[in-house]
Structures are given as C-alpha cells and as structure tokens.
Design a protein around this ligand. Structure first.
Ligand code: FEO
Length: 400
C-alpha cells in the first residue's frame, strides 16, 4: 500500500476497488479506483477521499507520508459518496482540517453527513488558495457530474484534478496512461462518458472551454488511470463526445421471444451492411445496457426491436429505453421493429420511446407472427431505399 508520486510533493493515495462490478447500474467488469491525492506543502492538502469501506487502507497509505491529523485542507471536488464517503471518518482524525468545496458542495456535504461543526472554505470559480509553495486554482464545473462538481488545478505543476471528468472504471496496479494498454483505457473512458457524463454534454463543453486555456501536463481524474501521455487525445475525444458527433454506424438492439423479431433484426442488419454501414447486433439478453451505451455514443442509427408481450414491449427493451432516454444522446435516427401475435402494441411503444428521446424516427417495421422470405425481402428493399435517402439527405457516409 505505497503512495505513488505523480509530481514532486504530490502523491496518489487513493484505493483500488478490485471487486466492484456494478456502479449504480453501470457494469464495471474491470473494477474501479477512487483516486485521492496528497499535496505535501506547508499546508498539507488532500484532494478527495474513497468509499468508506476502503478508508483504513487509504489512511495506511497516506500515513506512510504524513500524520493524517496534520492535514490542513481537504479539497472535496464532488459530494457523491465514492469521493466524499470517508470524510466523516477522516474528520475524526484531521480535526482541524478545513474542507474546501464549491457552494453546492458545502450544501451537499452538510445534507449528506449532518456535520455542521466542520470548517468549510467555499470557493468561487477562478479562486486561488495558497498552500505554501504551491497554489491551487478552482473551476466550478456543475453537472460534470453533479451540481456541486469542481476541478482543482495545481498551478506550479500543471496538474488538473478533474474528479469524475476523464475518469474510467479500471482497477489496476498501473497508475498512468503509458503503463496500461491504451485501447482499454480509451474504451473505458468512452464507456464512462456514455454512462455518466453524456446527459450533461453542453455543460461539459463549457467546462472544457474553462480549463482548455490552462497548460496541462497531467489530468488526474477521480477514477482509473491518470493521463500524462495522452492528455490531448482524451481532451479531443471529450470534445467529440460532448458535441454528440455520431458516425454512420448502425446498432440493432433487440430481444426476441420466438426468434421472429430476431429474423427482422437480421434483415435490418443486412440492409445496413448492403449500404456499407458498419452494423452491430446487440441482443439485450446477452449485452448489458451500459455496454450498449458505449456503442450508442458514436452510432447514428439506433434500431430497437421487441415482440409484443402483455400489450407491451419486453421488460429488457423497456429497461434499455428508459436508460437511453435518461442519458439523452442527440442527433440520432431511430427505427422500431418487431413481430407480434395480435395487437402489436410493443413496436408502437418502442416508436413512442424513440420519439421521446428526440430521435428522427423512421417508419416502424411490424410483422404478425413469423416473417416469411417474401416479407423479409420487402423489408430489405424498403429499408435500403429509406436508408439511402437518409444518407443522401444528410450526406452521412464518411462524415461524423
Ligand atoms: Fe465518481 Fe459522480 O462520482
């Protein structure tokens, strides 16, 4: 449990959650970390904490560098309990510490922990606090991920402590982006954006504008790997994701009862592929909705299929659509499809949900019982024309 030096006098003292497999509904197959950082200066400063069940390990790690009772400032960049959860325990030891946080951070911390006797220093955007030899500047970044979020920038070392922004759920011994397979780091950063940050994309753009003029050598997020070799790459990807720049790719997301809806899914895939559009089949029984969101982040066409069950769609499909609507991707083209025995309400509900997402919705495909070869060929021909015309209109091929 050694601290890791990230700059002279600045250490990673967080904890690794090797066993985490679910983070409020988001599947975290690679676990996660809660990154806390210690700055050894005249005023010893800790940035964020860890989940309470990892507090003892964090304190052991930190105590090899400094007596925790001597901590002068605790910067709370974000109230959510994966970062503030150990504050009540820590404040029993660091009794004289002052918590530096945003105005919403103070309100949130008091509401969570009911400790009115804690010392707070509430900061504004652009405010600088001197730690002795180093200065830390604060940027309020509301809704990246909660209203209280802020980022802290260590001026002398050009380090941006970005909290949830630029994070990834990865548990690893390695701490830096040049020590771990970059493809995995980027994939997990994308999944994190798609599942946590996406609904707040317009505010992400504002936050990026706020910190982009800074010289940044290192982005130290609150989860996962620290960016030091790929700072420009991850900032560029955030700009792209925040702009909802989807590509000419299609997702065929479905569940099926007697494989009739699956047959329609396959012919939809064939139509897209015929037109040269990369297409992915995502059966909701075998794909977690948070993994599907990773694909949604960059795909223009979102096709969703269900049979009709009890006058409705299958629960797997409605669960996905509820999740999708909450995450609010923009500029997408939707298609509802499925088979039915009688009634056929399932596809109509899917179409309604795609409209509620704000998607431009294509004409739905609904087939009674089992689609035969003639019906499938008709679907193929009709889709081919419709997709071609959409591509022509928006000139999607080769553009984002
Ligand atoms: Fe990592 Fe919004 O908490």
């Amino acid at each position: 449990m050694n601290p890791i030096k990230i700059k002279e006098g600045v250490y990673w003292v967080g904890e690794i959650d090797w066993d985490l497999r679910n983070f409020h509904g988001y599947s975290t197959q690679r676990g996660s970390t809660y990154n806390a950082y210690l700055i050894l200066d005249e005023k010893i400063t800790l940035i964020d904490t860890v989940r309470p069940y990892l507090y003892d390990r964090m304190i052991q790690r930190l105590s090899s560098l400094v007596d925790p009772s001597q901590i002068h400032y605790i910067i709370s960049n974000h109230v959510e309990m994966d970062h503030s959860g150990s504050l009540p325990l820590l404040m029993e030891t660091a009794k004289n510490a002052t918590i530096i946080t945003s105005p919403n951070g103070q309100k949130g911390l008091i509401a969570h922990y009911r400790k009115k006797d804690w010392n707070f220093k509430v900061v504004k955007s652009g405010e600088i606090v001197n730690l002795g030899n180093k200065n830390i500047k604060f940027f309020l970044t509301p809704m990246v991920h909660w209203p209280d979020n802020m980022m802290s920038y260590l001026e002398e070392d050009n380090v941006l402590f970005a909290n949830d922004a630029f994070g990834q759920h990865i548990a690893s011994f390695e701490r830096f982006d040049d020590e771990y397979p970059l493809g995995i780091v980027m994939e997990e950063a994308k999944k994190y954006y798609a599942n946590i940050v996406l609904p707040y994309s317009s505010l992400v753009q504002k936050s990026l504008d706020l910190v982009s003029p800074l010289p940044i050598d290192m982005i130290a997020p609150a989860h996962g790997i620290i960016w030091r070799s790929q700072v420009k790459t991850i900032v560029g990807e955030y700009r792209k994701w925040a702009a909802n720049q989807a590509e000419a790719k299609a997702l065929v997301i479905f569940d099926t009862m007697w494989k009739s809806t699956e047959k329609i899914a396959s012919i939809i895939q064939e139509a897209f592929e015929f037109l040269g559009i990369p297409t992915k089949m995502l059966n909701l029984r075998y794909n977690h909705i948070s993994d599907i969101m990773n694909d949604v982040l960059t795909a223009r066409f979102i096709c969703v299929g269900t049979p009709t069950l009890n006058s409705n769609m299958l629960p797997t499909v409605s669960g996905f659509l509820t999740y999708l609507k909450g995450l609010s991707p923009k500029n997408r083209i939707g298609l509802a499809f499925g088979s039915y025995g009688w009634g056929g309400q399932g596809v109509r509900h899917v179409e309604g949900a795609l409209r509620e997402c704000g998607f431009n919705v294509m004409e739905s495909i609904s087939v009674q019982f089992i689609p035969d070869e003639i019906q499938l060929q008709e679907i193929f021909n009709k889709l081919k024309l419709e997709i071609s015309s959409l591509l022509e209109i928006s000139n999607l091929i080769g553009s984002t």
